[in-house]
Ligand binder design. Structure first.
Ligand code: NAD
Length: 343
């Protein structure tokens, strides 16, 4: 039996295990490791893994694929620990929310006889831990695939195949590009959500305001309930990009303050109206990104995944659609015209 190892069995690692185990992948054993014995046992009982390993090295022994799903700060230690035990040609991937630092660690700490391909599923919840793991978490969501320029095609196809098996849509990009984009669409909202909550919570009138705070306040501050450990890791490993976007946010808020303070009523109305239309259009476009029904087909083996035949044919299908500029039914894909990098 071929083996996939998952190290870190929280929201993302546990959800990947559940989703892969209910996918078409056959004849694969899932070995899992997390720091706490209780988490390992829970993951096994929930069916996210088949076997709880006694340590990270034990989990990766004989593994064809290793998924590192720990907090970002734990990744270099994990890479160091597992490096001597990784089998020849093993494919390693991760799920970390930032990529440039992780790619540097992989280059530095992993042996040359394995292939690392970075990954980041654009799906999550504000709660963490195995208890909130969910097999459907990745359905219809983008999954960033970040290969080294010298990555082996089979290794890239393996990670594309994993993303596809969990119901996500693979999106290729390089690490710098990834970190600059997620700083805007994910990390800035996290900081803004936290700052908004802390600003209002620290007000002397909080007891009165809290009674009135309803869905709008809850929606906009939802991300402030995320794991502080993960938020800190994200800020440490993507500081420059986040600071860049925070500076722009401050300027944007000043713009709205000036509009509100000024006497140009039309300009104020236009600012709100334009954004309402643009956000509605964004949501309408996003809503169209639905996955097609899974074709009923026989299970695929890990060897198919590793050989890349199946994944390669899916990639070709996506590429053909990109070339004809028609998205394959229900699939998100990148525009051929890359947006200018914001710096
Ligand atoms: P989590 O806290 O739910 O799970 C982390 C798991 O890693 C736990 O099982 C914990 O026991 C284990 N762990 C921690 N340190 C370890 C170590 N040294 N050795 C072995 N296991 C260890 O966190 P999560 O939300 O699943 O996040 C995991 C990764 O996924 C992070 O790198 C995060 O950046 C990324 N990510 C998170 C989200 C999200 O919304 N939560 C979304 C996309 C990507």
């Amino acid at each position: 039996m071929a083996r996939i190892a998952i190290i870190g069995l929280g929201l993302i690692g546990g959800s990947l295990g559940l989703a892969l185990k209910r996918s078409r992948l056959r004849d694969v054993e899932f070995a899992g490791y997390a720091r706490s014995r209780e988490t390992r046992e829970k993951a096994r009982k929930m069916g996210a893994i088949d076997r709880a390993a006694s340590d990270a090295t034990d989990a990766v022994r004989d593994a064809a694929v290793v998924i590192i799903a720990t907090p970002i700060a734990a990744i270099p230690d994990i890479m160091e620990q597992i490096a001597p035990a990784l089998p020849q040609d093993c494919v390693i991937t991760d799920v970390a929310s930032t990529k440039a630092q992780v790619m540097r660690w992989a280059e530095e700490l992993l042996p040359h006889h394995v292939s690392f391909v970075g990954g980041h599923p654009m799906a999550g919840k504000e709660r963490s831990g195995i208890d909130v793991a969910d097999a459907a978490l990745f359905e219809g969501k983008p999954y960033c695939i970040v290969p080294f320029v010298h990555a082996k095609e089979t290794a890239v196809n393996t990670v594309v195949g994993l993303a596809d098996l969990v119901g996500a849509s693979p999106v290729f990009m390089d690490a710098e590009e990834h970190d600059s984009y997620v700083a805007a669409i994910s990390h800035l909202p996290l900081v803004v959500s936290t700052a908004l909550f802390s600003l209002v919570r620290d007000s002397a009138a909080w007891p009165e305001m809290a009674q009135l705070a309803s869905s709008g306040f809850r929606d906009v501050t939802r991300l402030a309930s995320g794991s502080p450990e993960m938020s800190e890791d994200i800020c440490h490993t993507n500081a420059q990009n986040i600071i860049h976007w925070l500076d722009r946010m401050v300027a944007e808020l000043r713009k709205y303050r000036d509009l509100i303070r000024g006497d140009d009523e039309e300009a104020l109305f236009k600012a709100f109206a334009r954004v309402q239309l643009e956000r509605d259009a964004f949501l309408a476009g996003g809503a169209k990104v639905k996955r097609p029904e899974r074709p009923v087909e026989a299970g695929i083996g890990l060897s198919d995944l590793l050989m890349g035949h199946w994944a390669a044919s899916r990639t070709r299908e996506v590429m053909k659609a990109v070339e004809s500029q028609e998205p394959p039914a229900g699939r998100a894909h990148r525009s051929r015209h890359r947006p200018q990098r914001e710096r």
